[in-house]
Design a binder for this molecule. Structure first.
Ligand SMILES: Nc1ncnc2c1ncn2[C@@H]1O[C@H](COP(=O)(O)OP(=O)(O)OP(=O)(O)O)[C@@H](O)[C@H]1O
Ligand SMILES: [Mg+2]
Length: 416
């Protein structure tokens, strides 16, 4: 009897104990879960929690752990995509700026900062201050209003910058904005200008002799032919002008053949000394008439070089022509020497009128002449140095010109 009473009394006591145990476990799990979820909320996605048993809590916890793992993976992916986008923006050779819907700069790549010498633009409102382009806001506005890309080229100090704006929309206004692309097109503009100048120059250079020839031939036909003295004078002018035209056409053909690589280079071992002697002999008479000397100093090491003989002859002839033409007293020295970097450095130095510093970088531009009327009077077309420059490059050589007005000019050709 007493045993059965004890059993009857023990059952609720055990049940109460078990209940207490479960409450403690659940409270513990609840605490762990609370702590774990607080960690997740704080961004600690690497943490994982495993609860023993197959009760509801452990399923919630394992679901949360899966969510945390998925989130972590997504974050890693987003981070990778961001780094890749940054890398792409860095490697694009144009300046790039991303604006938000309120024209605030969200990001800018390093090329933009270098292009405009402006640091830390991110977060700034507008880009007028950074770019110094006052009308850039109007371009952004018009792109936004028409919801289409717009491009303009602006002059910024000495540069030309092609600026494009491409608006983009988002499902919310805060995600809308615009991408701006800045491209330095100074070089392209310059090539355009050179091309335009070239056409204008060729037309002008051809028009001058044609007008003179036409004028003198008409004068001759109108009766000057009957006066022998006048006729000879006028015919000599016609001859000079037609030779000039002939030379101009020849020079233009030479230039375009070199530029298009129409005639292959024929490199061989040539005697530099022999080529200099041959070219110098063409100018002896002219030099003697002006009382100028032509000196040559070519030592043994440079006696023989690798070059295309015809082209090397043209280089030396054109340079000697200038040296004699633009020198009134003294003369020309043609020197060749070895140096520590080059097998041979060829120098053509005159004691002539020289070239003002500001023009030195323009020597070699087609039709560039310091004094166009003087050069024309001397029969020049303004293409001599352009031809030299191209022939030097075709050999893989380098050329440098030093000059001082009143003292003379030195042209150096570096042959590796
Ligand atoms: N040695 C020099 N001394 C002074 N000025 C020079 C010298 N060489 C070139 N120049 C200047 O550079 C300009 C361009 O030279 P380039 O040889 O191209 O043309 P050019 O001599 O005028 O005509 P071309 O050579 O076609 O007959 C010349 O007009 C002259 O002003
Ligand atoms: Mg010349």
């Amino acid at each position: 009897m007493s045993v059965s009473i004890a059993i009857v009394l023990a059952i609720p006591a055990l049940a109460a104990l078990y209940l207490l145990y479960r409450i403690i476990i659940i409270t513990l799990h609840f605490r762990q879960l609370e702590e774990f979820s607080a960690g997740l909320a704080a961004g600690n996605l690497q943490r994982r929690l495993y609860l023993r048993g197959r009760h509801g809590f452990s399923r919630i916890v394992s679901n949360l752990s899966v969510v945390a793992a998925l989130l972590e993976e997504k974050m890693r992916e987003t981070d990778f995509l961001k780094r890749r986008t940054d890398q792409i923006l860095k490697s694009i050779p144009s300046g790039i700026v991303v604006l938000d819907s309120k024209n605030r700069v969200r990001s800018a790549n390093p090329v933009f900062e270098q292009m405009f010498h402006y640091r830390q633009i991110t977060g700034k409102k507008g880009i007028t201050e950074a770019t110094n382009i006052s009308s850039v806001n109007a371009l952004i506005e018009s792109a936004r209003n028409e919801n289409s890309g717009k491009t303009e080229t602006y002059q910024v100090n000495s540069k030309y910058v092609e600026t494009s704006v491409v608006p983009f929309s988002g499902d919310q206004e805060k995600y809308a904005g615009a991408v701006m692309i800045f491209r330095d097109v100074t070089g392209e503009k310059r090539i355009d200008e050179i091309r335009r100048d070239f056409v204008a120059n060729v037309s002008h250079e051809l028009k001058t002799p044609v007008t003179a020839i036409k004028g003198y031939v008409e004068t001759l036909l109108d009766g000057a032919l009957d006066n022998r003295e006048d006729a000879v004078k006028f015919l000599n002018i016609v001859k000079f002008q037609s030779e000039r035209m002939d030379q101009l056409v020849k020079d233009l053909i030479t230039l375009s053949r070199i530029e298009f690589g129409a005639v292959p280079m024929e490199i061989a071992a040539v005697s530099l000394s022999g080529i200099v002697d041959g070219a110098a002999s063409l100018f002896m008479e002219k030099a003697n008439a002006k009382g100028l000397y032509i000196k040559k100093e070519i030592p043994g090491q440079c006696a023989e070089i690798q070059a295309d003989p015809m082209r090397l002859t043209q280089i030396i002839t054109n340079l000697l022509d200038n040296a004699i033409k633009y020198t009134d007293t003294g003369g020309v020295t043609i020197r060749a020497r070895e140096d520590e970097h080059y097998r041979c450095v060829l120098t053509i130095q005159d004691t002539g009128i020289g070239v003002p510093k500001k023009f030195i970088s323009r020597l070699g531009e087609r039709f560039f002449r310091v004094d166009p009327s003087r050069s024309r009077e001397l029969g020049g077309t303004g293409l001599g140095l352009a031809i030299v420059k191209h022939l030097v490059l075709a050999h893989g050589w380098k050329m440098n010109i030093d000059s001082e007005p009143g003292k003379g000019t030195t042209v150096r050709i570096y042959m590796p």
